[in-house]
Write a protein of this length. Structure first.
Length: 145
């Protein structure tokens, strides 16, 4: 179980994973040693799974985001496993979520532009195992990431 200090450490690290230990300790009103011990505990207990860079997708020319609702023709365990395995191989799919609702999966797809997205949709996403239909929603602006 974690307490309020641990929650604050996680909140701070989620915004800045490269914060210096001394600065983190100050922000949560601890000395360095107890802060470091808490940090290690959070890592050991898998509250912290890793540290990641915030990437400038504009600079990489991958700023086009589309969300794709996917309906499968078969949702038995084997069909879901096949879909999950194959969708994980596609680099342009940044996120894939199984959804409870009127469709089966929600994909976040990142590409250079709408033209590249259309190619990915036609050649890759539509070819995934058991895909019956898709609906696309294009992001106009990222308000919160």
């Amino acid at each position: 179980m974690i307490d309020k200090i641990d929650e604050e450490i996680l909140r701070i690290l989620a915004k800045n994973g490269r914060i210096k230990l001394s600065d983190l300790a100050k922000k949560v009103n601890l000395s360095i040693s107890p802060c470091q011990a808490r940090l290690k505990k959070l890592e050991d207990k898998k509250y912290i799974l890793g540290y990641h860079a915030r990437v400038n997708f504009e600079q990489l020319q991958k700023a086009h985001i589309a969300f794709v609702q996917v309906v499968l023709s078969d949702t038995r365990a084997n069909a879901l496993e096949n879909f999950n395995r194959e969708v994980s191989k596609l680099e342009s799919i940044e996120q894939c979520h199984m959804i409870a609702g009127s469709f089966d999966y929600l994909l976040k797809v990142r590409t250079k532009n709408i033209s590249q997205y259309r190619t990915i949709l036609a050649e890759k996403i539509s070819s995934l195992p058991n895909v019956a239909s898709t609906s696309t929603f294009v992001s106009m602006e990222t308000v919160k990431d």
